[in-house]
Each structure stands twice: as C-alpha cells, then as structure tokens.
Ligand binder design. Structure first.
Ligand code: ADP
Ligand code: ADP
Length: 239
C-alpha cells in the first residue's frame, strides 16, 4: 500500500540554486527508507518539501492520497499532524523535563503554549511516560532535557514525534551530532519503535554504513537527483 508518492519534484531557490531536479519515488507503508548523499545533495530540501516547509517549484506530492502541494491552512495542518519530525539538533525545550517535551508532541505546541502546562491530565502524563519507556528513558522522564546526553535527547525527540501518532516519521540527519555508539543506539530505538507501530519512516543520513545497517531501502541523492534506489544489499559501491 502506497503512503507517499513524489513525482517530478523540483526545487529552485529564489537565488537560482537548483536543489532538486525532478525527483520521483513512491514509499510503501511500513518501509524504513534512508536518504543518503553528500552534503549539499538536496536531502534536507527534499525532506522539507514533504511537509511543505519548502514549497517545491514543480511536481506533485501525494501523502495518504492527499495533494500536499495544494494543501493550505487547515488541510496543511492536518497533513503536518500526521508527519512526525526528528531533527539533527533535537529541537527540545531545554528547560522542560523529558515527559513534557513528549507532551508537546502529543498535544501540539500551540495547545501547550495556550493551555499552559498545568492543563495536562494524569492520563496525558502516563501516556508520555509509556512512550519514554519505549525509547528506554523511563528513568529520565522527569529530568530536564538539557541534563540528558545527546543520544538521550534524540530519543526524547523520537518519543515526541511518535507521541503525535503520525503515519510518517521524517528524521533529518538525526545522528549527525552524535558519537558513533550513541548513533547506533538511537537508530536501534528508531527502528524498533517504527517496527512496533508499523510506522513508515524516512531518515536522512550522511553515513552510508548506518543506512546499510538499518534501512529497508536506500535512496541515494547527488546534486539534486536520485542516483540510487534499492536495498542495502544492492548498494555495493556507494553512490
Ligand atoms: P543536504 O541536506 O543534502 O546537505 P540541502 O538540501 O541542505 O542539502 O541543500 C541542497 C542545495 O540547496 C545546496 O546547494 C544548498 O546550499 C542549497 N540550499 C538549501 N537551502 C537553500 C535556501 N534556502 N536558499 C538557497 N539555497 C539553498
Ligand atoms: P541543518 O543542516 O542544521 O539543517 P543548514 O545549514 O543545512 O542546517 O540549513 C539551515 C537553514 O538555512 C535552512 O532553512 C536552509 O534552507 C537554509 N540554507 C541552507 N543552505 C542555504 C544557502 N546556500 N542559502 C540560503 N539558505 C540556505
């Protein structure tokens, strides 16, 4: 079953940079796809196109049958709620404890700010603790985000993203700021939560070895074009 269909997506920035040149791929439900490629290849631009943080200049993107590029206002917010994001620099609220960062994902930033932290119910808190348990952080739930290690912070980032019950998880260079052992640990948790939930994910990585180790499928991008699309086994010579 198709979750996402990207057709002929092109992105030319206002300064004339052609970051994406006619990108085509289809992603099935439940796949863990890694996008790899050198710095400047267009990985981040591609990922940002999927939830319209960058609006492509050409092409179409269909997500769960909806036209992402045409979406505006309410419909766009509805699409974005179904796409969980994980960031290179975690983007946590540093002074907030881990479980409240997770609740931000569940309830949305706007309701968090407007409603105030006191509005969370006990059930909300229990839900956040359960999700933190799934990424091995049950003992860190009440620690401030900035008291956690980088790998732990990224696991909070993953917990926050899955708390919104997305249909797609987008992780943009989630391990680029981590040392190799924390990187591996973060990828193990990312993969296991996706598998448990049957969640589809797209992970930008510049480390080919991690892509080979964890992905079901690898899409290689260079200079705005897809140069490889296949299984880790098929990727023998790099991209
Ligand atoms: P990657 O994620 O693979 O490192 P990016 O998607 O960040 O690559 O960038 C692709 C190309 O687009 C690069 O040449 C980059 O400099 C350029 N680029 C990215 N964002 C912008 C922007 N807002 N304006 C102009 N050029 C941009
Ligand atoms: P990160 O790798 O942490 O995502 P980047 O440095 O790639 O950060 O990009 C940060 C922001 O700068 C993004 O919004 C991106 O679109 C923009 N950007 C990246 N490259 C360029 C560029 N060459 N010109 C203008 N903006 C850019």
């Amino acid at each position: 079953e198709t979750l996402l269909e990207v057709k002929n997506v092109t992105m030319v920035f206002p300064d004339g940079t052609e970051a994406l040149k006619g990108i085509n791929f289809t992603i099935k439900k439940g796949e863990l796809v890694s996008i790899i490629g050198p710095s400047g290849a267009g990985k981040s631009t591609l990922m940002r196109s999927l939830n319209l943080l960058n609006k492509p200049t050409e092409g179409s993107i269909s997500f769960e049958g909806e036209d992402v590029i045409a979406a505006k206002g309410r419909q766009l917010r509805h699409i974005r709620r179904r796409i969980g994001m994980v960031f290179q620099h975690f983007n946590l609220v540093k002074r907030s404890p881990a479980y409240l960062n997770v609740l931000h994902g569940r309830l949305g930033y706007v309701s968090t700010i407007k409603g105030g932290l006191g509005r969370f119910s006990e059930a909300d808190t229990r839900g956040a603790l359960e999700i933190l348990r799934r990424v091995g952080l049950e003992d860190q739930a009440f620690k401030r985000a900035d008291e956690l290690s980088g790998g732990q912070q990224q696991r909070v980032g993953i917990a926050r993203a899955i708390a919104q019950s997305p249909s797609l998880l987008l992780a943009d260079e989630p391990i680029a700021s981590l040392d190799p052992s924390s990187s591996e640990n973060v990828m193990v948790y990312l993969k296991s939560v996706c598998q448990e939930d049957g969640l589809t994910s797209i992970v930008n990585l510049h480390q080919v070895d991690f892509a080979k180790q964890f992905a079901d499928r690898i899409i290689g991008v260079k200079a705005g074009e897809i140069v490889f699309d296949g299984t880790p086994r098929e990727l023998t010579d790099g991209i």
